[in-house]
Ligand binder design. Structure first.
Ligand code: HEM
Length: 161
């Protein structure tokens, strides 16, 4: 199956990524985590995305899934489902770099009735060869847009767990 030409700008994401991250927020204790992502080609101008995280002791932490759509070659639309009761639509323009790209995506959120209130998120993805860096900020539980997560991931031959 050949890659849809619309995916050219993000083709470097396809595959599995694994690495370490750190989280914080004004209302919680800081923490560290291990993260694994997969971006999978489904034969359309969209990649399927799956994220899982674990505590340093190996306990499951946050997971999320969705689709990364590419419009017009450089406009990224990240359509995400959160197990914490949010749906997140994050959009941004990709800037190509020598060995990858950088993109800041700003979101609109919908919260379920029992979910903690998340009003907006901002995600930064930086791909540089075999290294993927992520940053995540959110406006949530009455706190204005504030850093929550950062991780550095390395290309991995296959999903581990
Ligand atoms: C790598 C992914 C993530 C990890 C490891 C992570 C971890 C954590 C941890 C350990 C807490 C504190 C305990 C808790 O309330 O459950 C927390 C709180 C929270 N997280 Fe995350 N999180 C992640 C992603 C996200 C995402 C994507 C969102 C929003 C879409 C989010 C929204 C929140 C909210 C709203 C809180 C509650 C803050 C409060 O009640 O004061 N998190 N997160």
């Amino acid at each position: 199956m050949s890659l849809h030409p619309g995916l050219a700008a993000v083709a470097g994401l396809i595959g599995a990524w694994r690495g370490e991250g750190a989280g914080q927020y004004p209302t919680i204790e800081s923490f560290r985590y291990t993260e694994e992502l997969t971006f999978t080609d489904v034969g359309k101008p969209v990649l399927h995305y799956m994220q899982r995280t674990w505590s340093p002791a190996g306990a499951p932490m946050h997971t999320e899934t969705g689709y990364l759509r590419v419009a017009g070659g450089t406009a990224l639309e990240f359509v995400l489902a959160q197990p914490t009761g949010q749906t997140e639509l994050a959009e941004g323009l990709l800037v190509a770099t020598e060995d990858g790209f950088a993109c800041t995506l700003e979101s609109r959120m919908v919260n379920s009735g029992s979910a903690k209130q998340v009003d907006a998120t901002e995600r930064r993805l930086e791909l540089a060869g075999d290294v993927l860096t992520t940053h995540f900020a959110m406006a949530a539980v009455g706190v204005p847009l504030t850093h929550h997560l950062a991780s550095t991931l390395h290309r991995h031959a296959a999903a581990i767990r």
